[in-house]
Design a binder for this molecule. Structure first.
Ligand code: FAD
Length: 400
């Protein structure tokens, strides 16, 4: 079997790695001149700054890190929350804690009903009750404290405004165990030399990677798939797509239609060198989910230098970067200079009006009979630990 993988992000690289382990010939196509997609570490002299994926929330990934002999560390992340006047405020107030515990107990019981829908590795059948914005769902059950607790995390994950994100996607990422993990402040897992090392190690085991070759057409004919780039054309038995492709790239009515429904949120990270020495990860409570506004920042200190990485929604512009810089100054951050700005498109998902109960199940049904498969964050929650489980599952199904 000859397989093409479109996209050399974590999903594509892991899929290719697993297929090659099974002795299957794989060709990876990547439109950029670098590997890794949203896993991107900026490496300067003895200093690593994550511009994309920072940490792992699920311990499942350890297995892969050990297999690839990648050093990792597990540590606590301390968090601050700021109000609209840049004053430190509690995540929730002391007297709300009892309320939160009560609400979480109720939420646990409520979500039991949706267990089948929520506990699958990949997106699957969606219970109709979860096809409403998260804010709406939480209001119905009067879960106001839960709302305040999970909004900062959802917005920092790139899910945007919870007035719009569906309860289904939100609870796939923040199931009840994850919410408890966050409020109990459990340790997160970090790759010591940065997530680029993970991609690098995967790439050492993949024999055919094509860079700076954007796939412009995927066409199925006579049980073979032709993959075209601007400069080449090649035939495969199967094509695995890991990323949203532009309109009419996939020459198949069904898949092209599916692709058009998948949307992403524009998300920016910008890194600064700052003079402050010790800064905890900080969330801007009044900005959460709002376009053009700083959502949160984290910092790292290496070689006597502090790097601060700030996140915002929107398309990078001088105005947004200047607004972020101002917000940081008001927070008491002493900025030395801007290091870099990176534009991302994050969290492939469907709009309210396009998401149906059977959307993902319909995809799986048709891809069982097709030479084209959608994999990775197109069909699974985008957290890397979960992507690892999802890709492993998909590759097993493909081989079987
Ligand atoms: C700022 C930021 C912070 C994050 N933090 C975390 C975190 O801390 N923990 C966590 O678990 N997750 C985090 N994530 C999410 C995580 O990074 C992503 O969900 C994950 O990396 C997605 O990997 P992927 O391979 O599915 O997709 P991508 O990384 O998007 O890879 C898709 C690849 O396809 C390529 N491509 C696109 N079109 C074409 C084409 N036509 N032809 C060829 N190639 C093409 C792209 O260039 C890209 O390299 C973060 C994301 C961002 C942006």
């Amino acid at each position: 079997m000859k397989v093409a993988v479109i996209g050399a992000g974590f999903s594509g690289m892991l899929a290719a790695y697993l297929l090659e382990k099974e002795g299957i010939n794989v060709t990876v196509y990547e439109k950029q001149e670098y590997l890794g997609g949203h896993c991107r570490t900026l490496t300067t002299i003895n200093k690593n700054t994550e511009l994309g994926t920072v940490a792992f929330f699920s311990k499942a990934i350890k297995e892969l890190l050990i297999e690839l002999q990648i050093d990792y560390t597990e540590r606590f992340v301390y968090r601050h929350f700021l109000d609209e006047n840049y004053n430190n405020v509690e995540h929730i107030l002391g007297d709300e804690v009892a309320m939160l515990m009560n609400e979480l107990g109720r939420l646990k019981v409520i979500l039991e009903k949706y267990k089948d829908t929520l506990e699958t590795t990949n997106y699957g059948n969606i219970h109709p009750d979860l096809l409403v914005p998260l804010s709406h769902f939480l209001k119905i059950y009067n879960l106001n404290t839960v709302y305040h607790v999970i909004v900062p995390y959802l917005s920092s994950f790139g899910f945007g405004n919870i007035e719009y994100v569906q309860a289904y996607y939100a609870f796939k990422v923040f199931n009840i165990n994850t919410i408890y993990t966050f409020i109990q402040g459990e340790k997160l897992l970090f790759i010591k030399r940065g997530t680029t090392e993970l991609i690098q190690k995967l790439s050492e085991n993949i024999s055919d990677i094509r860079l700076s070759l954007e796939v412009t057409s995927v066409n199925v004919k006579d049980n073979k798939v032709t993959v075209d780039t601007l400069y080449s054309s090649e035939e495969f038995d199967k094509v695995l797509i890991t990323t949203k492709l532009s309109t009419n790239v996939v020459k198949d009515e069904l898949y092209n239609g599916l692709m058009q429904k998948i949307i992403t949120n524009p998300f920016i990270t910008c890194a600064f060198e700052v003079n402050n020495k010790k800064l905890a990860t900080t969330y801007y409570k009044s900005n959460l989910g709002n376009k053009g506004k700083i959502q949160f920042f984290y910092t790292s200190r290496q070689n006597h230098k502090t790097t601060l990485v700030a996140y915002a929604y929107g398309i990078a512009s001088k105005k947004i970067i200047s607004d972020i810089t101002m917000d940081l100054s008001h927070t008491g951050i002493d900025i030395k200079h801007l290091i870099t700005v990176k534009q991302w498109y994050i969290f492939p998902h469907l709009k309210n009006e396009d998401l149906s109960e059977t959307f993902y199940e319909d995809i799986y049904r048709s891809q069982k009979r097709s030479n084209i498969w959608l994999i990775g964050s197109l069909i699974s929650k985008p957290e890397l630990g979960n992507l690892y489980l999802s890709i492993r599952k998909t590759i097993k199904e493909l081989i079987d």
